[in-house]
Ligand binder design. Structure first.
Ligand SMILES: *Cc1c(COP(=O)(O)O)cnc(C)c1O
Length: 246
């Protein structure tokens, strides 16, 4: 576990990075939401960040949402789902007050979500996850298929399509990373121009610990930050992004 003081200091340096990036990009910092990526993070440390004024967390696994639920239930915050969602976990994800599923990436998932939500007479916000990096290990719709996919998902009136999400390529070459974010933004613009019913497209969730500045320059409205705030995780991310987990 990371010491409390360093989490606070880390959080404030991330907020500073956001401010500087916004200044450079001539953007209002209030237009960029910070989502705390809290996979593997102990509830005590999440609470620490929430008590510093943070409001939004993102979890990758339904199991972790369950485990942390009691500890976090009295602390005001909003919860997004940012991991690979298996259809057999939908019931649980809806039970635990997840306000947005950022990782909608296949029709079968949309269909099952719609079924569960219809039964509960509820709606949920979703982002469409796009695989802008071409890396096999990441989920998401292929950019060329995104528009058609969004048209289909827009047919489910329980799903409010609020925008797009992507994980940038892991690369030291800034141009390659930037290209991923540019791709996401151009899909956003294309979808907007189609004026689809049930589609808002205001949110671009992109940028993590190592590339948040580039993402902000390219128009991110939500950045998802874990490591830079909570420290290095014990498990590799492939464990969280892999299909064969429980
Ligand atoms: C873990 C994770 C993040 C945060 O990554 P860091 O590099 O730790 O900031 C962002 N998005 C998703 C989908 C994640 O799984």
């Amino acid at each position: 576990m990371v010491a409390n003081t360093s989490i606070k200091a880390n959080l404030h340096s991330v907020l500073q990075r956001i401010n500087i990036a916004c200044l450079k990009a001539n953007r209002d910092p209030n237009q960029v939401k910070l989502l705390l990526a809290t996979k593997t993070v102990h509830p005590d440390n999440i609470i620490l960040a929430l008590n510093e004024g943070q409001k939004l967390i993102g979890e990758n696994k339904v199991q972790e949402i369950k485990q942390k639920h009691d500890a976090l239930k009295n602390i005001p915050h909003e919860k997004h789902f940012i991991g690979h969602l298996q259809t057999n976990k939908i019931k649980d994800v809806l039970k635990y007050d997840v306000s947005c599923i950022q990782s909608l990436d296949r029709l079968k998932l949309a269909e099952h979500l719609h079924e569960g939500l219809s039964r509960a007479t509820r709606k949920v916000d979703v982002l469409i996850q796009v695989n802008t990096s071409g890396e096999q290990s990441k989920f998401g719709i292929h950019p060329a298929e995104a528009i058609d996919f969004i048209k289909k998902v827009a047919g489910f009136n329980t799903l409010r399509i609020k925008g797009l999400m992507t994980i940038g390529i892991f690369s030291g070459e800034e141009n390659k990373v930037r290209q991923c974010f540019k791709t996401l933004r151009s899909i956003q613009e294309e979808v907007k121009s189609e004026n689809m019913h049930n589609v808002w497209m205001d949110e671009l969730s992109m940028g993590m610990s190592s590339d948040l500045e580039v993402a902000i320059e390219e128009g991110a409205t939500i950045i998802r930050v874990g490591t830079a705030i909570f420290g290095i995780r014990k498990y590799s991310d492939s464990y969280y992004w892999n299909e064969n987990e429980s």
